[in-house]
Design a protein around this ligand. Structure first.
Ligand code: EPU
Length: 336
C-alpha cells in the first residue's frame, strides 16, 4: 500500500476537473496484511473511493481522503470445456481486461469494449453498453466492508444489480471492491441485441464473426457517438434513461407523437437523449461545460471547466426536461 499527500486528481477523472486529495491511499495487493493496514489507515469511511474516475464530477477543491485500488493481478480457472472463471483485481482498467480476455480466447466481455473505468467501478455501476451489462458476466465480487471492517464474498445475486445500479451504489464509499470474478465462455457467441450491430452484421452467419471484429465494431460505434476522454473530458452518459409506467408513456405519447420508448418488463425506458434534444440542449453550452453535439446524454468539458459549471448545466437540463415532460432525470455521474 502506498500513501501520497497533496495529490492533484486532474489526471484521475475523465472530466479532467482539478481537485486535490489531501491523502491518496493506493491499495496494491489483496493480501491479509494489506487489508489490515487498510483498516489502520481508514479509521472511518473514506471521503471517496475512486475507480477510473469516469463517473465523478469534483465540485470540492480538496478531498481529505481518497482510496484507490491499483492491483493488477489476474487468476484464471478452467471450469469445464466451455467456461473459465477469470478473477481480476479491481484496479484493472476495464478495457485492458476486455482486450486481454479476447486475446486469450475467453469471451463475453466484447460488447463492453472501450468503456472507461476500472473493473472495480464496473460492478458498482453495473456498466452496460450495446446489449451487455456487467451483471451478465459477473460471477462474484470480493469487497471490504469498511464500516463493519470485514471482507465479504458476494455472489452475483447478492450484488443486487439493476440498471446502472448495485447494492454497493446505495452505500457510497462503504464497500471497497478487491476483485471481480467473471464467468466467461471459451466459445465466442456474438451478442447482436443492439440494433446498429444487427444492421452491421446483417448478411453474416454468426459463426463467421470473430470477437476481435466485434470489439473493433463496438469501438467504432462508441467513438462515432461519444467524445474520447483524452480529447474532450466527460463522464460518458451523464444521465440515466428514465424508466416510467406504461400509462405515463401513453399519456406522453398523446402530447409528443414521436416520443421513443422501449418496454422493460412492465415499464417503459425512454431515451434521455431524445428528451434533452427535444428541449433544445444538443450542442449547447453554459460556461465552459457543453452538451455533446452527437449524443446529448453526454456533458463535456470544453476546456478548464469546473465541477460547478457542469452541475449548473446539468441542473438546467433537468429543469427543462421536467417542465416539458414531467420527468425527473437522474444523473448517472456522481458529484463529489
Ligand atoms: N437519441 C436522440 N438524439 C441523439 C442520440 C440519441 O434522440 O442525438 C435517442 C434516439 O432515440 C436513440 C436513443 O436515444 O435511438 C438511444 O441512443 P443510444 O443507442 O446512443 O443509447 P443511449 O440510451 O443514449 C445507452 C447508455 C450508453 C451506452 C449506449 C449503447 C445509458 C445512460 N447510456 O445510451 O452508456 O453506450 O446505451 O448501449 O444507459 C454510459 O453509461 O456512459 C454510456 C455511454
Amino acid at each position: 500500500m502506498r500513501i501520497e499527500h497533496d495529490v492533484s486528481l486532474r489526471q484521475k477523472n475523465t472530466f479532467g476537473i482539478e481537485a486535490k486529495a489531501e491523502s491518496l491511499v493506493l491499495f496494491e495487493q489483496n493480501t491479509d496484511a494489506e487489508i489490515e493496514s487498510l483498516f489502520q489507515q481508514v479509521q472511518h469511511i473514506p471521503t471517496l473511493i475512486l475507480g477510473g474516475g469516469s463517473n465523478v464530477v469534483f465540485t470540492s477543491a480538496t478531498i481529505p481522503l481518497v482510496l484507490q485500488h491499483s492491483g493488477q493481478k489476474i487468476e484464471v480457472a478452467k471450469r469445464d470445456d466451455n467456461t473459465v472463471l477469470v478473477t481480476a483485481d479491481a484496479g484493472w482498467d476495464m478495457d485492458c481486461l476486455v482486450q486481454h480476455c479476447i486475446s486469450n480466447g475467453w469471451y463475453g466481455l466484447e460488447n463492453l469494449s472501450a468503456i472507461p473505468g476500472t473493473v472495480g467501478a464496473s460492478v458498482v455501476q453495473n456498466v452496460g453498453a450495446y446489449g451487455v451489462e456487467a451483471k451478465d458476466v459477473v460471477h462474484s465480487v470480493d469487497v471490504v466492508d469498511l464500516q463493519c471492517r470485514e471482507v465479504l464474498h458476494m455472489t452475483n445475486a447478492e450484488c443486487q444489480f439493476g440498471y446502472r445500479d448495485s447494492l454497493f451504489k446505495h452505500f457510497p464509499n462503504r464497500f471497497f471492491v478487491l476483485r471481480v470474478a467473471f464467468l466467461l465462455s471459451t466459445h465466442f457467441h456474438p451478442c447482436l441485441d443492439y440494433k446498429a450491430l444487427q444492421t452491421r452484421f446483417e448478411r453474416r452467419e454468426n459463426s463467421s464473426i470473430s470477437a476481435t471484429e466485434m470489439r473493433s465494431e463496438i469501438c467504432n460505434l462508441r467513438w462515432s457517438k461519444l467524445p474520447r476522454p483524452e480529447e474532450n473530458g466527460s463522464a460518458g452518459s451523464f444521465f440515466k434513461n428514465p424508466v416510467i409506467s406504461k400509462a405515463d408513456f401513453v399519456a406522453l405519447g398523446s402530447r409528443f407523437a414521436n416520443i421513443p420508448g422501449h418496454e422493460v418488463d412492465t415499464m417503459v425506458k425512454v431515451p434521455a437523449a431524445w428528451l434533452i434534444e427535444y428541449c433544445g440542449w444538443k450542442g449547447r453550452s453554459m460556461g465552459r461545460a457543453a452538451v455533446w453535439p452527437k449524443q446529448p446524454l453526454v456533458i463535456y468539458n470544453t476546456g478548464n471547466c469546473s465541477g460547478k459549471e457542469v452541475r449548473a448545466l446539468a441542473e438546467s437540463i433537468q429543469q427543462d426536461v421536467f417542465n416539458t415532460f414531467g420527468i425527473a432525470l437522474q444523473t448517472e455521474a456522481m458529484f463529489v
